[in-house]
Design a protein around this ligand. Structure first.
Ligand code: OAD
Length: 259
C-alpha cells in the first residue's frame, strides 16, 4: 500500500485510468458531503451522531412510529432536493463517458440514496441501498414516487392504491437485505474489474464493505479516496487522503491533460 499526498498523482494510477477497460467506483456518503449532505458516521456532523438509527432506519421503527420515520425521510428529501452535484460527482460522470467512448465498461455502485450521481449525468448506477425519491408498498412491492400517494388531510398514513398496503420509503433499513439484482450485479462487476475506486465510504456496512476487498482479492488495482483511514486502508494499493470533490477532478485533468 502506498500513500499519495503530493499534487502530482502517480503515473501508474493515471495510466490505469487511461487504459483500463473495466472500472468500478463504489461511493458512499462522503462523495455527497461537499454538496452539503451530512454523512452518517462522522463525529458531530454525522447523522448517526444526532439521530438514533434504531429509531429511524429499521423496520421496527417504522412499525412503531411511522409518522416520525416518514417525517425524517421527508426532511432528508427536502435537504437533498436543494443540494447540487459537486465536482466529485461531475468528474465520475465524465469518467463514465470517457471509458464508454473507448468501448470500456464503467460501473458506479453507490450506497447513497440521493440521486446526485444520476443528476450529475452518470447513466449506469447500481443503487445498493435504494433511493429516497421512491416509495414502495411494503405488501405488494409496487414502486411509487416518494410523495405519492400523499398523506390525506385526516393525517392517515399513505396507502397503496393497488392493494391498500403500507407505503414506505424505498430504501434499505438496518436488518434488511439489499435488492438482490443490484447486489448480484455489483458483485459481478467487482469480480471482473481491473481498477476499483472506493470513494467516500467508511467501509463498515456490509455487504457493500466487502466489495473493495473482493476487488483486491481478484487482482484489481484498488484505490481509496477518503480524507480518513477506513478498515480497507491497510489493504488498498493506493490511498488518496483528500476530499473527493478535489481529488477526482484532478485525476481527470492529469489523466487527460489535453481536454
Ligand atoms: P459514512 O458516514 O459511514 O462514511 C462516510 C465516509 O466519507 C467517511 O469515511 C469519511 O471520512 C468520508 N468522507 C467525508 N467527507 C469526504 C469527502 N469530501 N470526500 C471523500 N470522503 C469523505 O457513510 P457510508 O460509508 O456511505 O446505510 O455509510 C454506509 C451506509 O451506512 C449508508 O448507506 C447508510 C448508513 O447507515 C443505510 O442507511 C442502510
Amino acid at each position: 500500500m502506498s500513500k499519495e499526498n503530493d499534487h502530482r498523482l502517480s503515473e501508474s494510477l493515471l495510466e490505469a485510468v487511461r487504459s483500463t477497460s473495466q472500472i468500478v467506483a463504489l461511493t458512499g456518503a462522503g462523495i455527497s458531503a461537499e454538496s452539503g449532505i451530512p454523512t452518517f458516521r462522522e463525529a458531530q456532523q454525522g447523522l448517526w451522531a444526532q439521530y438514533d438509527p434504531q429509531e429511524l432506519a429499521t423496520p421496527e421503527a417504522f412499525q412503531d412510529h411511522p409518522r416520525r420515520v416518514l417525517g425524517w425521510y421527508r426532511w432528508r428529501r427536502d435537504l437533498i432536493r436543494r443540494a447540487q452535484p459537486n465536482p466529485g460527482h461531475q468528474a465520475l460522470a465524465v469518467l463514465e463517458r470517457k471509458i464508454q467512448a473507448r468501448g470500456g465498461q464503467f460501473t458506479l455502485i453507490t450506497q447513497n440514496v440521493d440521486s446526485l450521481h444520476q443528476r450529475a449525468g452518470n447513466q449506469q448506477v447500481i443503487e445498493l441501498h435504494g433511493n429516497i425519491f421512491r416509495s414502495r408498498c411494503a405488501d405488494c412491492h409496487q414502486v411509487h414516487p416518494a410523495e405519492f400517494p400523499r398523506q390525506d388531510q385526516s393525517g392517515d398514513l399513505p396507502r397503496c392504491p393497488s392493494c391498500n398496503g403500507t407505503i414506505r420509503p424505498d430504501v434499505v433499513w438496518f436488518g434488511e437485505g439489499l435488492p438482490q439484482s443490484a447486489l448480484q450485479e455489483a458483485i459481478a462487476r467487482t469480480s471482473s474489474c481491473t481498477l476499483f475506486l472506493s470513494i467516500g465510504t467508511s467501509t463498515v456496512v456490509q455487504p457493500a464493505a466487502s466489495l473493495p476487498f473482493m476487488a483486491h482479492d481478484r487482482g484489481a488495482l484498488t484505490v481509496e479516496i477518503n480524507p480518513h483511514n477506513t478498515p480497507f486502508s491497510p489493504t488498498a494499493d493506493l490511498i488518496l487522503q483528500e476530499q473527493a470533490g478535489q481529488l477526482l477532478p484532478r485525476l481527470l485533468e492529469q489523466a487527460w491533460p489535453e481536454t
